[in-house]
Design a protein around this ligand. Structure first.
Ligand SMILES: NC(=O)c1ccc[n+]([C@@H]2O[C@H](COP(=O)([O-])OP(=O)(O)OC[C@H]3O[C@@H](n4cnc5c(N)ncnc54)[C@H](O)[C@@H]3O)[C@@H](O)[C@H]2O)c1
Length: 262
């Protein structure tokens, strides 16, 4: 096997699942992590199910393995890293794609519990993912190939109305990545963030529902591409961020948003 070994969170569907497929198609081996909470999650929409995660990994035999873990649970994530090390003896890259969205009200009418949830999943989840994967990359056979990529959002650079908690969380993801990159100076391992625009996934359906929009197509007008982005387009960017060639993105935010201008 010549491919790299990558851990992907939020792998049950959407951008995370598309990233697993892109990496596997390129010959990489992947630990596909998701909490698979279905409709048992704390958010107002259903998250991925175990059946969806199993469907993502099924085509790739022993090259891709599913692992059930909530990104809020450090031990569960550490077990995912251990799985990669036990099976393949190394970890080369990690993609932190798991997140949830909530909002729909102005900040002053938003229950603070919503901020707490987004902080826990969208920020602490990325933090935890870095905390367990980066040491494995540093200790691995190819630290100069070690790559950490967090999925941020256009909400990390813009203020999207009625999404103050999500804006805060995604701005924090960028801050976390920049701090991580500074900590990694001289190690060879690098960190970057990718900020997608409106991408055709279940989270975008949930966002439309928060705005009481009947469908998602209206989001396309915010992007100079004038269409929604396909998850495979973001996955291609993330797969490149996992490659040895992506060191130049260290400490950077890649705006994969089709020219987002709300
Ligand atoms: N879809 C968009 O328009 C868009 C735009 C900008 C950024 N993003 C970001 O892209 C990433 C992927 O989102 P998506 O659009 O594919 O959403 P999605 O809801 O389709 O997928 C998110 C995945 O994360 C998993 N997940 C949620 N909470 C988890 C937890 N606590 N632990 C482990 N897994 C958990 C879900 O089960 C699901 O499989 C997120 O970080 C999101 O914020 C999405």
């Amino acid at each position: 096997m010549t491919g790299r070994v990558v851990l992907v969170t939020g792998a049950g569907r959407g951008i995370g699942a598309a990233t697993v497929r892109a990496l596997a198609a390129a010959g990489d081996r992947v630990v596909a992590v998701d909490a698979c909470q279905g409709d048992r999650g704390e958010v107002g929409y259903a998250l991925a199910t175990r059946a969806e995660l199993d469907e993502v990994v099924a085509p790739y035999g022993d090259s891709v393995v599913a692992h059930l873990a909530d990104v809020r649970d450090l031990a569960g994530l550490q077990a995912a890293v251990d799985l990669a090390l036990d099976r393949w003896g190394r970890l080369d890259a990690a993609v932190a794609a798991a997140a949830v969205i909530a909002g729909g009200r102005p900040l002053w009418e938003t229950p603070v519990e919503e901020l707490a949830l987004l902080w826990d999943v969208d920020v602490r989840g990325v933090w935890n993912t870095a905390a367990v994967t980066v040491p494995a990359m540093l200790a691995g056979p190819d630290p100069h190939g070690g790559r950490f990529a967090a999925v941020a959002s256009s909400a990390s650079t813009h203020g999207l109305h009625r999404l103050a908690a999500y804006n805060a969380a995604k701005h924090a993801v960028v801050g976390l990545v920049k701090g991580l990159a500074a900590d990694l100076v001289g190690t060879g391992v690098t960190a970057c963030a990718v900020s997608p625009g409106s991408t055709r996934t279940s989270m975008l359906d949930a966002t439309a529902a928060l705005y009481e929009l009947p469908e998602v197509e209206g989001f396309a007008v915010n992007q100079l591409l004038r269409r929604l982005i396909d998850p495979d387009e973001i996955a291609a960017v993330l797969a490149f961020c996992c490659s040895r060639d992506a060191a130049v993105f260290n400490g950077s935010v890649l705006h994969a948003d089709g020219g987002f201008s709300p």
